[in-house]
Design a protein around this ligand. Structure first.
Ligand code: ZN
Length: 165
């Protein structure tokens, strides 16, 4: 069936994401829904798994444990000198950078504090360790275009919207 969520489909969601305390962390609206490409790691594994096989019009409440979300929290933030960052780029709390390990691997890091010439960075996603509570409604399911499949992400709700790369 064409309106069932499966790999290679672009799924249009309206969603609200809350943490275990009920605080809204992120949400879309009916007027500005969230499209993603199913089977392409666009969304956390626990939510993607729960949506597989579901149909347009369905509403789901999905609880995602950290291991199926943004991972468990590991390690502690590290202080690095401001000079390790590009001199002309702003460095502020909440910003994401990519750190090189010197072997060609780039790992995401997040700035969790700035104090003078020291920047506190954390390799954990800001939502690592959080139990995620999604309320989702499936507004639409369509076949991904060839270009979307090649890129691994949707080009907007319609498949014909531009993007930044
Ligand atoms: Zn693209």
């Amino acid at each position: 069936m064409s309106n069932v969520v499966a790999d290679g489909k672009v799924v249009i969601l309206n969603y609200t994401l809350k943490n275990a305390q009920g605080l809204v962390l992120d949400e879309s609206t009916h007027d500005d829904p969230f499209p993603y490409l199913h089977g392409a790691d666009n969304i956390v594994p626990g939510l993607e798994r729960a949506l597989t096989g579901r149909s347009v019009g369905e509403k789901l409440e999905v609880k995602v444990e950290p291991k199926d979300g943004y991972g468990e929290r590991e390690g502690v933030p590290q202080a690095v000198p401001r000079s390790a960052f590009p001199p002309d780029a702003p460095v502020m709390e909440g910003m994401q950078f990519f750190a090189s390990d010197g072997q060609g691997n780039h790992m995401p890091i997040w700035v969790v504090g700035v104090q003078g010439d020291e920047v506190l960075v954390d390799g954990n996603h800001p939502l690592a360790g959080e139990v995620l509570h999604f309320s989702v409604e499936i507004l639409g399911v369509r076949d991904a275009t060839r270009e979307e499949m090649a890129h691994g992400h949707p080009h907007g709700v319609t498949g014909h919207e531009g993007h930044d790369h």
